[in-house]
Ligand binder design. Sequence first.
Ligand SMILES: [Zn+2]
Length: 313
Amino acid sequence: MNDSNTRYGNRNNSGGGRPRRRRKRRLRPWVKIALVVIAALLVILLLKKAFGKSGKESSKESNKPAVTSSPTPMQTVNNKPTEPATPVPTKSAGPKYTICVDPGHGFDDGGTSSAFLGAGVNEKDVTLAMAKLLKTELESRGHTVVLTHDGENKLEEKDIMQKATELGVSFSSSYFTENKVFHAYERTIWANILNKQYNFDVMISLHVNALEEASVSGYQVYFCSTNDYSAKSEVISKKLIDMLKRDFPDKNASVFARNNSNAFFVTKYPTMPSLLLEMGFCTNQSDAKDMMNDEWRAKYVKTIADALEQGLA
Ligand SMILES: [Zn+2]
């Protein structure tokens, strides 16, 4: 800046013959320079704005764990009332439920199997896969879902009993066995422990049926008719049968009320409404084919989710 000022002054002083032209000629480059400088400044400003913004945004996502940069973006996010918190994907606008899904069997207990399911495929594989799909489906509708197990990390029986004692969850230690099987009773007591934290609306246990008679096919729902939650369990169970008949009209679907003496553990002992669903007979070729089919699985978990929503409403 100083340099150009000096030059301008010198030239002004040394002129005399054609001051106007000279002035014009001298002014032009000066104006040009000024314009270029202004334009450059504008471009720099615009670039700063653009890059400054995207820089901030990317730091919000990629630097979440970084201690140094977290306070500013976190505050920005928290103080923006127009910006919603983590968007919850909601397919249905109705009430939201908390659901316990129990994948039947697991670990050293494979459950049933058949040639129709395929070599090396056991009931536990089907129930775990379906439980995970059901969880995803329900969560996509905004519900909270907890599985009793993930098929990989087995809880120790003594730890379950200790936790139950701590939280005042009643159980009979005679039903507990130290082994690599997460027994139905143990899973139920674990669900009751989780229930202290989650306050579940319902527990659903998924299974695969089997019979010597290969022609028998279809779906069965069981609930206990003699515990504190029977009324609600019955409503949800019957709704599930309705929905299965609606979506799979070619299959049999029936509901069974079991009493105190013959109800399944997972329907008798939960401290919440509960039901057990036999998703088909692996001894029936058509049912087994369905249960190993991705499209059928996706449709089936939607039906279960519909039934739970309607049964709990
Ligand atoms: Zn089973």
